[in-house]
Design a protein around this ligand. Structure first.
Ligand code: NAD
Length: 246
């Protein structure tokens, strides 16, 4: 996939799936603004991109803040000369069974996973809409489709992100801005490494392809949806889950 001449902004690009997506887009020739609440990690991703001969800048932004998101989009445009691709990847978990879940658990997950995508999309889509080109990819989750005990906040935020994706797709289609979501299954990153061995084994037993996903599995799907090749796909939710839910 050819991203020559394209500028991409990846939120939560400091590690895990976001870092893999940033690297994948850079490998295809995109200039990448790697944004994260953790600036040291964002700089590490930038170094990895530079090591393969790519161009990237690191930005510090907390996507739950509208002011940060606005500045992040502006800095991407001024730093790299445009904004064609936005990947809303930043996300957190605060898992607890519903009766133990606190208001803070609920609000913090909604603020990053759902409001963060709203803030970043609103900031980026202004530029895309003006230029009549854009690719927005939202990283949702399998649990936004199926639910999961202990994740009322997280699954609701990801289900909300899917509704948000379809609305943005409808609102901006006439400007050639597409908006799609990816629903990863269980991916081997810091987020899932906390699972006890037994829970991991029973999870793997439920995955027809017989393994957890890798960050690269998700990055390949994101690269496709961010490419010109996916120009006639919008409002879609692409499962990358090894067949765990069909
Ligand atoms: P991760 O925890 O490894 O990485 C998340 C990144 O987001 C980190 O770099 C973190 O610093 C950043 N971040 C957190 N809060 C932020 C904020 N307020 N503003 C900006 N950046 C912030 O997680 P991951 O596994 O790479 O997950 C990436 C995305 O994929 C998340 O949206 C997650 O919900 C989703 N996802 C992950 C899995 C999985 O199994 N790992 C499955 C489905 C969906």
């Amino acid at each position: 996939m050819d991203f020559e001449g394209r500028v991409a902004l990846v939120t939560g690009g400091g590690q895990g799936i976001g870092a893999s997506i940033a690297l994948r887009l850079a490998r295809g020739g995109a200039c990448v603004a790697v944004s994260d609440i953790n600036p040291a990690n964002a700089s590490e991703t930038v170094k990895a991109i530079q090591a393969i001969g790519g161009k990237a800048i690191a930005l510090r932004a907390d996507v739950s803040s509208q002011a940060d998101a606005e500045k992040m989009a502006e800095d991407a445009v001024t730093g790299l000369g445009g904004l064609h691709i936005l990947v809303n990847n930043a996300g957190i978990t605060r898992d607890r069974l519903l009766l133990r879940m606190t208001e803070e658990d609920w609000d913090s997950v909604m603020a990053v996973n759902l409001k963060g995508a709203f803030n970043s999309t609103k900031a980026a889509v202004k530029v895309m809409s003006k230029n009549r080109y854009g690719r927005i990819v939202n990283i949702a989750s399998i649990v936004g489709l199926t639910g999961n005990p202990g994740q009322a906040n997280y699954s609701a935020s990801k289900a909300g992100l899917i509704g948000f994706t379809k609305t943005v797709a409808r609102e901006f289609a006439s400007r050639d801005v597409t908006c799609n979501a990816i629903a990863p299954g269980f991916i081997d990153t810091a987020m899932t490494r906390a699972l006890p061995d037994k829970a991991r084994e029973s999870l793997i037993a439920r995955i027809p392809l017989g393994r957890l996903g890798t960050a690269e599995d998700v990055a390949e799907a994101a690269a496709f949806l961010a490419s010109d090749a996916a120009g006639y796909i919008t409002g879609h939710v692409l499962s990358v889950n090894g067949g765990m839910s069909m």
